[in-house]
Write a protein that binds this ligand. Structure first.
Ligand code: SAM
Length: 213
């Protein structure tokens, strides 16, 4: 099956899971290390928004003391994520939660570290989504939202493999991680008045949001 970005039904979930466990597999531990390092939060409650099969949240749980909630609007993705957490022996610290980023089903101030990879490109209302992420952050909490592959080497290796599945994959990636989205995300965060930093380098395109005290 060719890779079709944006398919989040059962077939899409199985396909994303296969990619996450093969081509993308080396990416998640690298991203987890970068997130822990850049955000400086390694304990408390973590929310992986648009977790898909849960690979980033699971990598973060492996590399830290965080308790991780995997949030996704696709029940098929969450079923795979729950199984993956179980297989990783992390069911006590990694659990699924059905919900939409535009209306996160968690109380205000209940999350120390919110992360999200590869999901923001599908959100309909960025302003509302980022407001919700900010709402659930606890004082001192941080969010790390965007997309990417961690390093130039990983990005290029993923490109070679993914282009075999879908010849349009590079243009999809370049559009997602390019200047258009960078300006769009930065504009929304500035309009909301959220303290943030945009990271656009070999690790990808990321918005780091600081909730402050
Ligand atoms: N984060 C995972 C990763 O990097 O492997 C999965 C990325 S996948 C390309 C995008 C995920 O975002 C899908 O699982 C999809 O269901 C989820 N998603 C899309 N829109 C969403 C929304 N509005 N709220 C919550 N999840 C959403």
């Amino acid at each position: 099956m060719n890779y079709t970005p944006g398919r989040f039904d059962r077939e899409g979930a199985e396909h994303m899971d296969r990619i996450a466990k093969t081509v993308f597999a080396p990416v998640y531990p690298v991203l987890a290390g970068q997130i822990l390092d850049r955000c400086g939060i390694s304990r408390g409650r973590c929310l992986d928004v648009g977790s898909g099969p849960g690979s980033l949240g699971i990598a973060l749980a492996r590399a830290s003391d965080l308790t991780v909630t995997l949030l996704d609007s696709s029940p098929d993705m969450l079923a795979v994520a729950e199984e993956n957490a179980r297989e990783a022996g992390l069911s006590d610290r990694v659990s699924p939660l059905a919900g939409d980023v535009h209306e996160i089903p968690l109380p205000a101030g209940s999350v120390d570290l919110a992360v999200s990879r590869g999901s923001v490109f599908f959100w309909e209302d960025l302003s509302r989504a980022f407001s919700e992420i900010h709402r659930v952050l606890a004082p001192g909490g941080r969010a790390y939202v965007g997309g990417g592959f961690g390093t130039a080497e990983l990005r290029d290796a993923v490109q070679v493999a993914m282009t075999k599945e879908n010849p349009d994959w590079k243009s999809f990636r370049d559009r997602n991680l390019g200047p258009g989205n960078r300006e769009r995300v930065a504009g929304v965060l500035a309009d909301l008045g959220l303290r943030h930093r945009i990271i656009s380098d070999d690790s990808g395109l990321w918005a780091m949001i600081d909730r402050g005290r």
